[in-house]
Ligand binder design. Structure first.
Ligand code: NAD
Length: 386
């Protein structure tokens, strides 16, 4: 199954690491550590192979992909020997990257994006193209009447309004081009009534939001433990220190607010109440793509005895995120091929703020993910959406 992976934000750290990783896997230069779709419970014939993935994408930045990869190697995110060995492959992907459409109205930019997607599919004779948003986090969307339904949206776009936030404009273009859409960021993306209705009309599956790679991943394991042991969590405070492009974006208070909201949701929904404390994100340029999260949890046990736990997570964000981007592209492509449409809630395992929020417990999310994979691999009627 030849599958296009169209990355919005294709020259960013997560995108570059995903591309280098996939090229290295395809060439047998590395193993699939971190790719959950290569675990025995998920592996199988329904998923496109790494050799079936073809990369393209949009970005507003113009730094050549090879230069971005070299910079990530110098920062210790990518092995330099891999980047050097993949020069030709990276040059081939470079030819598939397009400048983010600019100028004109939003309707014009959406049409240009649809054209880029259709040309990519045709050029490579792809069975389908999965659009994955790994672009910079944006602030929460400003309400607009055009968000209400497809007719209101079409009318607003036809009238030349700047109606959609950028992530949603890409999501709109993806749906119009018949492409499944994955949002790895906390941005609005497809989460507007007009867009979910259009996705339903077009039988387009979509997944999101905000990849779960570090502190929130640990929270989604620990919070259910406290709940299951009937321990009373009083406070949960976290500080995340990070550099890199994502850190720089999150230095903006509006983008920061979108991210911290997405990071706290797991606690409220798992514990049944929001404990005191919050999550802070602080930009520390010197840390580059490496992030340190420190969390302090206070809780009461039997007879009100107070206790506490702390954890520290030192993660390389892009190395944690990139294999999940590949997993999501493979699973979403397989779901589209099997006729799934609408929100892929069984992919909650991958996200901080999962669509439909079936559960925030990592163990429950894993069970649902394995069920989806089993149905997809079984094929035929078993693969059909529930
Ligand atoms: N790394 C992780 O562990 C992780 C986890 C969850 C979510 N995310 C999200 O993934 C996204 C990417 O993270 P990153 O570290 O690669 O950030 P980054 O800053 O390195 O990359 C973002 C890229 O998006 C591009 N961009 C900005 N505006 C654009 C537009 N309008 N159209 C197209 N491209 C545009 C930028 O030029 C840049 O190349 C962020 O939103 C981040 O919050 C990352």
């Amino acid at each position: 199954m030849r599958t296009g992976v169209w990355l919005v934000g294709a020259r960013g750290s997560v995108a570059t690491t995903s591309i280098v990783g996939a090229l290295a896997l395809r060439s047998g230069l590395t193993g699939p550590t971190g790719c959950v779709t290569e675990l025995p419970d998920l592996r199988g014939p329904a998923l496109p192979a790494f050799t079936d993935l073809v990369f393209g994408g949009h970005d507003v930045a113009t730094t050549p992909l090879a230069k971005r990869a070299e910079a990530l190697a110098a920062a210790g995110v990518l092995p330099a020997r891999l980047v050097a060995a993949l020069t030709d492959e990276l040059a081939a992907v470079e030819r598939e990257l397009r400048p983010a459409p600019a100028g004109g109205t939003q309707a014009d930019r959406a049409a240009a994006t649809v054209r880029d997607l259709a040309d990519f599919r045709r050029r490579h004779r792809l069975d389908r193209v999965v659009v994955v948003n790994v672009s910079a986090t944006e602030a929460a969307a400003r309400p607009h009447p055009g968000h209400a339904d497809p007719d209101a949206l079409r009318a607003a776009l036809a009238g030349g309004d700047e109606v959609l936030p950028l992530s949603s404009l890409y999501a709109y273009a993806a749906v119009r081009a018949g492409c499944p859409y994955v949002d790895f960021t906390p941005s609005t993306g497809l989460r507007l009534p007009a867009l979910t209705a259009l996705a339903a009309e077009g039988a387009i599956p979509y997944a999101g939001h905000d990849g779960k790679t570090g502190e929130t991943l640990v929270k989604s394991v620990l919070a259910p433990m406290f709940a299951m042991r009937h321990l009373a969590v009083r406070s949960w405070s976290g500080i995340n220190l990070l550099g890199g492009g994502d850190g720089a974006t999150l230095a903006d208070p509006a983008a920061n607010a979108a991210k911290t909201e997405s990071k706290q949701r797991v606690l409220g929904e798992t514990l049944g109440h929001l404990p005191q404390g919050g999550t802070r994100i602080e930009y520390v340029e010197a840390l580059g793509d490496f992030k340190t999260a420190w969390d302090l949890i206070t809780f009461d046990g039997f007879l009100g005895t107070g206790m506490r736990m702390e954890f520290t997570w030192h993660g390389c964000d892009s190395a944690l995120a990139a294999p999940l981007v590949l997993d999501l592209a493979r699973l979403t492509a397989a779901a589209h091929a099997a006729g799934h449409a609408g929100p892929l809630t069984d992919l909650a395992f991958f996200f901080k703020d999962p669509l439909g929020a079936p559960t925030h417990s990592l163990a429950d999310q894993w069970t649902r993910l394995c069920g989806l994979a089993r149905r997809l691999h079984a094929g035929g009627a078993d693969a059909a959406p529930r």
